[in-house]
Unconditional design. Structure first.
Length: 197
């Protein structure tokens, strides 16, 4: 399995984004020295795609598949793509506050700690639907890891389209998010322009 081992803060600097969107509270003291050359239109489009891939932890081939799926759906391709990325199981686990970062959420799902509607799901890219109940397995809730996570994520706002209870580690998907509900700093229209070339 391919793994992106790029240092998070270094990658955030190069993509010109705040690490807080990844769940990382650290700040880098270094400043990125950009050349005075003007970035081309293609360069801007590519940066937006790399940003989306990096935030959600998706590699090129699956990302292209998400784009193809978003194109086939009703409505605008850009917002559809963002909704598809946002409804991945690892992202939902992160958004509900059951993990500190999306990478940790991916690991928790991969280690079979998560139940969806009472069934164990170990696929991070599993697409969650409206009404799905996501919870941590009963025998895993007492682990020290989840006590640390609860401390770290205490006070984090759960999006309006999700309902989560950190006491019982259980949550529900109330509705599918619209683009306005997704607070990720990605300009999806540039991604659509890149792929439609």
């Amino acid at each position: 399995m391919a793994v992106d081992r790029t240092p998070v803060l270094k990658r955030c600097r190069s993509l010109d984004m705040d690490p807080i969107y990844l769940g990382v509270s650290k700040k880098s003291n270094r400043k990125l020295v950009r050349s005075s050359r003007k970035v081309s239109e293609y360069g801007l489009q590519l940066r937006e795609k790399q940003k989306a891939k990096f935030i959600y932890g998706v590699l090129e081939k699956p990302f292209r598949n998400y784009y193809a799926k978003a194109e086939r759906m009703k409505g605008l391709t850009g917002p559809n793509l963002m909704v598809l990325l946002e409804t991945r199981l690892d992202n939902i686990v992160f958004r509900m506050g059951f993990a500190r970062t999306r990478k940790e959420a991916r690991q928790i799902v991969g280690h079979k700690h998560i139940l969806v509607n009472g069934k164990c799901v170990s696929i991070p890219s599993y697409r969650v639907s409206v009404g799905d109940v996501i919870e941590v397995k009963e025998n895993k809730k007492t682990m020290q890891r989840y006590k640390d996570i609860a401390e770290a994520t205490d006070g984090i706002l759960v999006p309006a389209w999700l309902d989560a209870d950190l006491e019982t580690y259980k949550g529900t998907v109330k509705e599918l998010p619209t683009r306005d509900m997704i607070d990720v700093p990605v300009n999806e229209t540039l991604i659509v322009e890149l792929y439609s070339k």
